[in-house]
Design a protein around this ligand. Sequence first.
Ligand code: KG4
Ligand code: ZN
Length: 339
Amino acid sequence: MSDVLILAIESSCDETAASVVKNGREVLSNVIFSQIDLHTVYGGVVPEIASRKHIEKIDHVVNQALEQAGVTWSDIEAIAVTYGPGLVGALLVGVSYAKSLAWALKKPLVGVHHIEGHICANYIENKELEPPFMCLVVSGGHSHLVKVADYGVYEILGRTRDDAAGEAFDKVARAIGLGYPGGPKIDKVSYEGDPLAIDFPRAKVADNEYDFSFSGLKSAVLNYLNSMEMKGEKISQADVAASFQQAVVDVLVSHSITALAEYKFDKFAIAGGVASNSHLRDAFVKACDEKGIKFYKPSPIFCTDNAAMIGVAGYYEYMKGMRSGWDLNAVPNLKLGER
Ligand code: KG4
Ligand code: ZN
């Protein structure tokens, strides 16, 4: 059988990315233009600026992906693109660009779910990983505990009731003056702090033990900061960061380990931007080791937004016969498992 090369495009938030993926598992190129510096001054992603920058960069990023892979358009079998969830204007840039390419080059078009992409990032460096397994997806917009029953077949076991894990990282980082993007900054500064310094709450959701809630934790951090200010006491940025992060890590690990036992999985993967958190990765290595569960984690570059993961997900959808029409549209709140 000849090789199947997919050109993938990702533009759902503040990364303009393109990649060429071979047979769903081998990344031939992975080009990412990060807009983080542009948004940092505003303390978060500004949708209008993100869309405009995607338009400026996408053509160059796609051409670089082909060049770095050492291939030409005739080698590409299909074009995969993220069509949701994400910022509508940002998504539309990638979707319109991919549709035009597919139309002009007469190649099949495959619309990919961004979260499915995050999960599929695990296939890149773990050639032996196959479904079924359980995956914790923790990104800026999502905290999902997912049963990966088969390629492209997902069942959500738990989800966040309010803030996503990454959102909580970003909001707490802003409150303690670390700025945007919060996750990597809290990760780093926590090495200088004491994770047991402040006892922040580990929230449980009464009617589903696998659901998450992070807004209470965020409020607890804000209350702590207020009360310290009222008392005129100085806070330790590193202690607050480390203690907050420990509360998030504890909840993510305990929910996952309970679900792994309940559903009898022996394979567990993590995905999404927060999955690049070094403390979370270490905690899962330890917890999974104790329980005899095989643990998978993508390298940090495949955890945060990239197009290689979209190429992997696109490959499996393509091989199943999935094709998108010229009416493919951006779907900002697309649910996992929906088309
Ligand atoms: O998956 P992602 O790149 O984009 C979305 O699909 O949302 O995730 C971005 C989120 C941000 O909230 C960012 O603060 C968080 O992932 N993040 C981290 C780390 N690196 C990125 N959170 C904790 N620790 C990190 N090292
Ligand atoms: Zn993402």
